[in-house]
Design a protein around this ligand. Structure first.
Ligand SMILES: [Cu+2]
Length: 169
């Protein structure tokens, strides 16, 4: 194997390793957890982060007093708890925000809690977690799942190229 090929393979493998290690886990509310105590502003918390498809949200709370409902945008706005898209109630819920929506909306389903501010709007960044496209202008937010797919296929392409280069020698 020529040294330039070796360098290229090393580069590709490094890129792939870096891309796959970028998924992050976020504790919602950090040390405060998921609560109505202390007046945590969850959207202020969320705006301090940059979420990517593939990241994990962790809701930590006392399950005797709270739960986590994933809801639609309008149910989030109106604090409607009767038609959740998903319900979590273990007290330590790890929720992957892999692919899908631009926004993930979560509220507490215990009466009154959402109204008291126990709600969070997680906006997933427009660009996928793998490899940023080289174009100067990022795609609009509505294209996030498409760009995530694009990054994924780029990754598959890199793996294919690396495999091909190795098999040539
Ligand atoms: Cu609650």
């Amino acid at each position: 194997m020529g040294s330039s090929t070796k360098a290229l393979v090393f580069f590709l493998v490094t890129m792939i390793a870096a891309a796959s290690s970028m998924a992050a886990t976020y504790d919602v509310g950090d040390a405060s957890g998921w609560t109505i105590m202390g007046g945590v502003n969850y959207n202020k918390w969320a705006s301090s982060k940059t979420f990517h498809a593939g990241d994990t949200l962790r809701f930590v709370y006392n399950r005797d007093f709270h739960n986590v409902l994933q809801v639609t945008s309008s149910d989030y706005e109106s604090c409607t708890t009767t038609a959740p898209l998903a319900t979590y109630a273990t007290g330590n819920d790890a929720i992957s925000i892999m692919g899908g929506d631009d926004h993930f909306y979560f509220i507490c389903g215990i009466p009154g809690h959402c109204e008291m501010g126990q709600k969070v709007d997680i906006q997933v960044a427009a660009q996928g977690p793998a490899i940023s496209p080289t174009s100067a202008t990022p795609p609009p937010p509505s294209k996030s799942s498409a760009s995530y797919l694009l990054s994924s296929s780029l990754l598959v392409g890199l793996v294919g190229a690396a495999t091909y280069l190795i098999s040539m020698h």
